[in-house]
Design a protein around this ligand. Structure first.
Ligand code: TMP
Length: 212
């Protein structure tokens, strides 16, 4: 049986790292074979593309170049890691995936959603995540948290208005695909966030019990 594909998304400073650890603990407790990976990145080549994308630079990076680099890394990651792992029956937990492209390049940069979905089809075929957890937080709160961490990368250098667009992009994705996406209020206490994540994972793991 194919493994399940779980993705975790959100704007800057939503607490993905801590909660990814929590999800891995849940997967281990269920005795599920899994692989934890990330985008952009996840293979040596895709990690090099990540470095190119995240490095602050004087040269303006045009939107099309940014979009194509995201999908170039994704193609490699899918081919080398995600597809083979799911095919072996293991679960894949991925820190960001194509929803980030719709949110950042689509809603944030204003790129055409139809173009993104054409590339999605070329690169992924019919592959989509089975479950997506979207950690949601007011932009100002997230940016403050993120700024306490390290020097800002090229995305983190964007203005608040950009991240407002990205946040709305994510919320729209969740509205359009409520079966797959669960929005978690990440401004609450860690305990409460992790309780909500557990509920979402358990409902996904055993949907029939949840529905009655
Ligand atoms: P991370 O720092 O959360 O790992 O993500 C790296 C940055 O890449 C983050 O600012 C979001 C951005 N990104 C996109 O703009 N489009 C994408 O498709 C992905 C996967 C990430």
């Amino acid at each position: 049986m194919r493994g399940k594909f779980i993705t975790i998304e959100g704007t800057e400073g939503v607490g993905k790292t801590t909660n990814i650890q929590f999800i891995q603990d849940w997967l281990k407790a269920k005795n599920l074979a899994y692989l934890c990976t990330r985008e952009p990145g996840g293979t040596p080549l895709a990690e090099q593309i990540r470095d190119l994308l995240l490095a602050p630079r004087d040269e303006l990076v045009c939107d099309t170049a940014e979009l194509l680099l995201m999908f170039a890394g994704r193609a490699q990651h899918l081919n080398q890691v995600i597809e083979p792992t799911l095919g072996e029956g293991a679960w894949v937990l991925c820190d960001r995936f194509t929803d980030a492209t719709y949110a950042y390049q689509g809603a944030g940069r204003g790129m055409c959603a139809d173009l993104i979905s054409e590339l999605e089809l070329i690169v992924q075929g019919s592959l989509r995540p089975d479950l997506t957890l979207i950690l949601d937080i007011p932009v100002e709160v997230g940016l403050k948290r993120a700024s306490e961490r390290s020097d800002p990368d090229r995305f983190e250098q964007e203005k608040t208005e950009f991240f407002e667009l990205v946040r709305n992009g994510y919320l729209n994705i969740a509205k359009e695909d409520p079966e797959r996406c669960v929005v978690i209020d990440a401004s609450k206490s860690l305990e409460s966030v992790q309780r909500e994540i557990s509920i979402a994972l358990e409902a996904f793991w055993c949907p029939s019990e949840e529905s009655g």
